[in-house]
Design a protein around this ligand. Structure first.
Ligand SMILES: NCc1[nH]cc(CCC(=O)O)c1CC(=O)O
Length: 307
């Protein structure tokens, strides 16, 4: 039986709150008798809006304070964007569920004025010297590798803030965001190009588009409840991606791109590691039939070693 109250923590951004509500809605449908109050909290990652992400150095920017509340039993579960979760968790916490993935790709959002007046839609449409707003070195490095003429400018903040900066900053031509965030906020109309291996040659972040639900290790009733909302295909794909990253020892400061796809029951993992300048890069790909988390982990390690 599920506990009568499961207290849910997440970041306070509109996207994080929407994601927590999605998880609560699926739990509520299975456990109509239980209640799931949501607490939104500010984390280190939210507070320092002016420092580029790669200057932080530390991991767990978005997660540490929430984990402290979890361990202190002020919260029972924490809903994260899986891509913001470090690949190694504190020993008293565990990943209780990975839910069904939203579109994992990065997308280009072109400035509306450029779409309207010049018809620009894709990265290839942008003339040399155009400035893309992003603070992600994964995005910068891969874009610089494929489009050496592009320039970059730091743009941080939640999705709404970034869209506003694109509109208002005359220097910016476009920004790159996760499709998942825009789609979950019903802002999909801003998307001008979906990016992947075949489109722009940009690979998304490990775990992007999936939600990770963290709980206390050994909290059996909560773990059992969370298993009911887990999506096996997403879990296996993300386990392979996270294993790749763990093996490469990359945090958010190493430009690693990944792309997983189920092809006729087999999992294909493509990955790339690029130097910060985009001058050098390596790519690898494995397609394998897997059914367990252990096999997914092995697959991730193999691609990491190839890289
Ligand atoms: N780093 C912030 C962050 N963390 C998760 C998402 C998007 C949602 C997701 O990947 O599940 C975003 C925004 C973005 O990268 O555009």
């Amino acid at each position: 039986m599920a506990p009568s109250t499961i207290t849910v923590g997440t970041r306070k951004s509109p996207l994080a709150m929407a994601q927590a509500e999605l998880v609560v809605a699926s739990l509520q449908a299975i456990f109509p008798e239980s209640s799931f109050p949501i607490h939104g909290m500010t984390t280190t990652g939210d507070r320092d809006q002016n420092t580029a992400l790669y200057n932080f150095g530390g991991k767990g920017l978005w997660t540490t304070q929430l984990e402290e509340k979890l361990v202190a039993k002020e919260l029972d579960i924490v809903v994260h964007s899986l891509k913001d979760m470090p690949t190694t968790l504190p020993s008293d916490c565990t990943l209780g569920a990975v839910t069904k993935r939203e579109d994992p790709r990065d997308v280009l959002v072109m400035k509306k004025a450029l779409r309207d007046t010049k018809g620009y839609k894709t990265l290839a449409d942008l003339p040399d010297g155009s400035i893309i707003g992003t603070s992600s070195i994964r995005r910068i490095a891969q874009l610089a590798r494929r489009y050496p003429g592009l320039k970059f400018k730091d743009v941080r903040g939640n999705i709404q803030t970034r869209l506003k900066k694109l509109d208002e900053d005359p220097e910016l031509s476009a920004i790159v965001l996760a499709a998942a965030g825009l789609l979950r906020m019903d802002l999909g109309e801003h998307i001008s190009q979906y990016l992947d291996v075949d489109n722009g040659g940009i690979l998304h972040a490990v775990g992007q588009g999936a939600l990770g639900v963290e709980c206390r290790a050994g909290d059996q009733s909560v773990l059992e409840a969370l298993k009911k909302i887990e999506d096996k295909d997403t879990l296996l794909a993300c386990s392979a991606e996270r294993s790749l990253m763990r093996e490469l020892e990359g945090g958010c400061s190493v430009p690693i791109g990944a792309e997983t796809k189920w092809v006729d029951g087999k999992l294909r993992l493509r990955a790339t590691v690029v130097s910060v300048t985009g001058k050098e890069g390596v790519d690898a790909e494995v397609l394998e039939s897997i059914t367990t988390e252990e096999e997914a982990t092995e697959l991730g390690k193999r691609v990491a070693r190839d890289l």
